[in-house]
Design a protein around this ligand. Sequence first.
Ligand code: PLP
Length: 403
Amino acid sequence: MINRNPNIANIKAGYLFPEIAKRRREFAAANPDAKIISLGIGNTTEPILPHTNAGLLGGASALADVKTYSGYADDSAGFTKLREKIAAAFYKDLVEPDEVFVSDGAKCDIGRLQLLFGAEVKVAVQDPSYPVYVDGSVLAGAAGGWEGSGYAGITYLPCTAENNFFPNLDLIPQNSLIYFCSPNNPTGATADRAQLTALVNAAISKGCIIIFDAAYSEFIRDPALPKSIYEIENAKICAIEVNSFSKPAGFTGVRLGWSIVPKALKYASGESVNTDWNRVNNTIFNGASNIAQAGGLAAIDEKGLEEMRALTDFYLGNAKLIRSTLQEMGINCIGGDNSPYIWAHFPGRDSWEVFSEILEKCQVVTTPGAGFGPAGQSFVRFSAFGHRENVEEACRRLKSNFI
Ligand code: PLP
């Protein structure tokens, strides 16, 4: 018999959303009349808008005609036109098309990127953070094995109210891979130019590479806040960026994202990370769906970008409602202004206990902060992904039933 990969047993956070679903099921079984509203997960709820949808339909129709049919691409990095358009639309040509790698989503890219650095690499993550940074590292064996409540190879960088949700960069180990997400999931905090400049400088001085997750960049409304790490000087020698059509275009089920791996980015040996990323992708990935890429092309032409703006405005409208409700209730929170997440503080309380209280009193599902890392304890995340009437009803119930 073949042994199980021992790293699988060490994955922890895969337990968060199934556990929330289990508690929701148990509550529903005990309260069959309850009309439960979920503000728990980051899944999109609104339909894809017409112009972008026409792109998807066109992509599907092209496959049904012998004159326009296409199969595998020669290179898994995506349609040349889409790579060019991403470089122009999102990076104002700060990056070149051959630094853009189109993919089936940011999460998949995050999982594959770890292959570039192997099991020996040290990892630093914001705490709390999107679970795949830690779990992907554990799966790749880079965590250094289970050690009590943490992993020896992973350094947690606490992001708390005390440090305004930006970590102490002195904690970052030399020669490590730094996962950094802004606007952040779960805290909703968005790093400003000075903070990102400090991050880039710290990475360069410590010989680190940043994996910058910008999956929520299209929610940024403050023009002073950088949408990409490449807006920061010298970022191209120390940072990879991942991004996605999932949240701003409603593509969570379509599956389309991209990574940027600059040609100036080198390993300690001087070899090119860009060349290796191309190689890894061509080895274990056969490219994003042709239909999804056709949709992506439509999503970033002039009309598509207007739709993206409308869709993100809609979710930001929900976020504003949730945030103002919590503030009226006297609950301290951040996020929700340049991000679809609101991070609410319940000092001294256990986040699962707060989750249960909100579920019981309001029939609203949230996400307990502790599920995103130790520093998430006593916080709860509210997601703005929901239909407007559900968000309004959830806010009414919070105001009248909670506390
Ligand atoms: N990165 C962050 C921070 C996310 O919150 C999510 C999804 O919730 C993703 C990446 C996943 O993106 P994709 O759907 O492109 O895999």
